[in-house]
Design a protein around this ligand. Sequence first.
Ligand code: BES
Ligand code: MN
Ligand code: MN
Length: 457
Amino acid sequence: MMIPQEILEKIDKNRQRYVEELLGFLRIPSVSTYTRHAQDVRKAAEWVLHHLKRLGLPAQLHETGGHPVVTARSPFQPDLPTLLIYGHYDVQPPEPMEEWITPPFSPSIRDGCVYARGATDDKGQFFTYLKAIEAVLAVTSRLPINVKVLVEGEEEIGSPNLEGFLKRHRTDLKADAVAVSDGSQFSRGVPAITYGLRGLSYFQIDLQGPRIDVHSGSFGGVTANPAQALAQVLAQMKNPDGTVAIPGFYESVVPLEAWERQELAALSFDEGGLKAYLGVDELPGEPGYTVLERKSARPTLDVNGIWGGFQGEGAKTIIPAKAGAKVSMRLVPNQSPSVISALFKQYVESLTPPGVRVTVTELHRAEPVLVSRDCTGIRAAARAIEIGFGKTPVFIREGGSIPIVNVLKEVLEIDSILLMGWGSPDDGPHSPNERLFLEDFHRGVRSAAALLYALAP
Ligand code: BES
Ligand code: MN
Ligand code: MN
């Protein structure tokens, strides 16, 4: 079914108000990883709950043991397909604060964008669906398909409680397709359907040397130094050519096929633009693969943070007691986080020199996923994006991870997984001055509304 023109006009007319409402959502500092923000995370859940209720959708807030899950569903209409809309209302920490031109939780509009933590990841993108539903109901008073909504507050910490929740509510959440807008267009103005996400394996390494920081003159030469040991361990994570050095790391990687490499090459990725965005001269990585392949379809490893020893002004002659790092790996099909976890731990332990004690803790994981491109849902998504953006979408794989996507596929047995990012690749999710172009937000609302109709018989 084609979306009635009247609905698109309604969306165009209310564009400004939608943005103002979004600002209220963005003001809530729902940083899921900080326990001191737990009440704010809950506030964001309640904000979504009330918003869903205001749309006339019966909605519920569920306790999970962690941050709450919010669900809603439209009155069931037999013989119509059901779409499950997934999003997350939690956000990443905003630090470093001094980098923000305007504060992360005081959303500010400039240069045609809204700047705030969560603007693109994922509050602004998820909110498009609520406004789409509102616009449809304002014009027609009933939705063209059945809609279920699932919003969580733990995506940014690896969705530790959502799998259990899905298993407990399997029948309530049954759907024919799931829509997730938590990524981006291929480039600004070139919308995309995402058919692959990388997985994730994330660890903390803690090294303990002497019981306390000790004088490096009195004890140097006889005491293992955990900061030095850490440098040695991390230096051996990758080979000089940029490949990951963990034995067995590449074993289960499904190779890129010729058709896919051709297709990715045809997208003509703007490497100069990426260099300028990053402020670097080179885009190094695994030999034999293009930049686009390396950033989305090949596995990799990164040190996310590193600490140890004296960091203050001037010099302090010590051998530190402790040092540590956060290390993550992006995985591709068919690498399994549990296999990688064992390989990683074994390798780190084997590299740790005598005299330091090592503890490796897994912080979170996500399965890599490839979804079907050849189904009626994907064709409907493409038509919806054409209406919303005025352009045919391209197919891409994303380098980021959304832990629950694979679970939706396996536990709810939904094959039609529609990953459609409304944002732009330079929106800066997880960075200071995260933003969302108001034009992208608007096109997102239009696409989301068009999707409800494109999926209708
Ligand atoms: N929305 C992102 C995932 C993403 C990023 C998709 C870029 C497409 C492009 C999501 O919120 C996210 O940040 N996921 C984490 C997962 C982790 C915390 C378990 C990630 O990828 O680091
Ligand atoms: Mn996200
Ligand atoms: Mn994120």
